[in-house]
Design a protein around this ligand. Structure first.
Ligand SMILES: Cc1cc2nc3c(=O)[nH]c(=O)nc-3n(C[C@H](O)[C@H](O)[C@H](O)COP(=O)(O)OP(=O)(O)OC[C@H]3O[C@@H](n4cnc5c(N)ncnc54)[C@H](O)[C@@H]3O)c2cc1C
Length: 379
């Protein structure tokens, strides 16, 4: 198996890199400081087909394969993880609609998401149930031809900006994993409200909220896929979701390395560039090696998920997510060290990459959960 990018993948990478360098990087710091959602940049990113790369052409998207989407995510996060997250998560949850939704859902929502007019949220986690997805308490009960949803969803990306949410809820509370269903819930439905969480450590340009569902009524046709099958439907996206977070981590690590390299050949001490000290050169060499190792594992996992090798793909996606996220934090930490005191303040991007990279060890399954999955896959 070759891990080189094709000409097409390289062309995508170069185009996103240009967009990142010209449009994202120059405004990254102010968006972080103001915790500002990059609305205008999202409109522009939509024109370049970057908001939901996986949505097929028939619904207005570019229909990219997983490796292409991986490269897009990586480059967006390399430019700035906060803005990269805001752009890259616009279609979060839409894979469920694409894979299991009815045609009307795809025509109405996928087109709007791909065009940049709408954002989607994926509401799984709850205040008392994060790693233990099957423990969720949000309840959906039948009432005539409708379903009525009640509960709280916590840490929901796009919570206050989404126009539609894919909400996971218990339809058979006694049945554990076998009693969960996915619902398409427009966020203007009565009883749906979102409370913004804006005290995040990093990715501050990205939107996060707690959702409250108070007698939210949706018709039967808003069930995505099969009743009680939601957990198993969700499992289909664990592989691609984890590859995507691995790509975020690779992008953040590469951004931190680029910043450190630039600084090392600007800053002088003892009459020479600090990049000429072997101690700094070795640091940069180790950072670069770690980034390449994380990238290789991520691309390989993307290839395996794309090829549909279910069991090994799950294991590799977890390995890529674990290794890339842990590496990103280490590389960003070393990036601060290369900057010395200047790395500890917001004048340079180094501290931002460090804060931003940290989330990749937590969402889409923490590092501890990835280790559980990898260990299960060894037998
Ligand atoms: C910025 C951000 C964005 C997010 N976006 C979304 C989103 O869009 N949609 C969504 O549904 N969720 C989202 N999440 C939630 C995220 O997926 C959860 O935070 C994550 O799954 C961990 O769950 P938890 O926070 O409840 O931690 P817990 O599950 O309470 O874990 C706490 C600690 O215990 C460890 N632990 C738990 N169980 C085990 C175990 N079995 N073995 C070993 N260790 C264990 C964990 O690894 C962790 O270290 C987001 C979170 C953040 C911070």
């Amino acid at each position: 198996m070759a891990f080189t990018l094709s000409d097409e993948h390289r062309a995508i990478r170069d185009a996103v890199r240009e967009f990142g360098d010209n449009e994202i990087a120059p405004v990254a710091r102010e968006h972080d400081e103001r915790k500002e959602y990059p609305k205008e940049l999202i409109e522009e990113a939509a024109r370049y087909d970057l908001v939901a790369p996986n949505i097929p052409e028939e619904y207005g998207g570019p229909g990219m394969d997983l490796l292409s989407s991986t490269v897009v995510t990586e480059e967006l996060w390399r430019a700035d993880p906060g803005i990269g997250s805001a752009i890259g998560s616009r279609g979060f949850g839409s894979s469920m609609i694409l894979e299991f939704g009815d045609e009307w859902m795809k025509e109405e929502w996928l087109t709007a998401i791909a065009g940049g007019e709408s954002a989607c949220a994926s509401a799984i986690s709850e205040p008392a149930h994060g790693s233990n997805v099957a423990g969720m308490e949000t309840r959906a009960e039948r009432d005539g031809d409708d379903w009525v949803l009640n509960g709280n969803k916590m840490w929901i990306t796009n919570g206050t900006v989404a126009d539609v949410a894919v909400v996971m809820a218990k339809t058979d509370p006694e049945a554990g994993k076998r009693g969960i269903s996915a619902f398409l819930v427009p966020t203007d439905t009565e009883g749906f409200s979102a409370e913004k969480i804006d005290n995040k450590l990093g990715i501050r340009a990205s939107d996060l909220a707690e959702l409250l569902l108070d007698d939210v009524r949706v018709p039967e046709e808003n069930v995505i896929g099969e009743v009680d099958e939601g957990f198993y439907q969700l499992m289909n996206f664990f592989g691609s979701g984890r590859v995507s977070v691995a790509a975020q981590a690779v992008g953040a690590a590469q951004g931190a390395l680029d910043a450190a390299l630039d600084y090392a050949f600007e800053r002088e001490q003892f009459g020479q560039k600090i990049g000429e000290f072997q101690a700094i050169q070795h640091k940069l060499a180790e950072m670069a090696t770690t980034v390449e190792a994380a990238r290789s594992l991520t691309y390989r996992a993307a290839g395996m998920v794309e090829a549909g090798e279910q069991r090994s793909a799950m294991k590799f996606a977890s390995m890529a997510k674990l290794f890339a996220s842990e590496s990103a934090v280490e590389v960003a930490d070393e990036g601060i060290q290369v900057h010395g005191g200047a790395g500890y303040v917001t004048d340079h991007a180094a501290e931002r990459y460090y804060r931003d990279a940290r989330i990749t060890k937590i969402y889409e399954g923490t590092s501890e959960i990835q280790k559980n999955i990898i260990a299960d896959g060894l037998r």
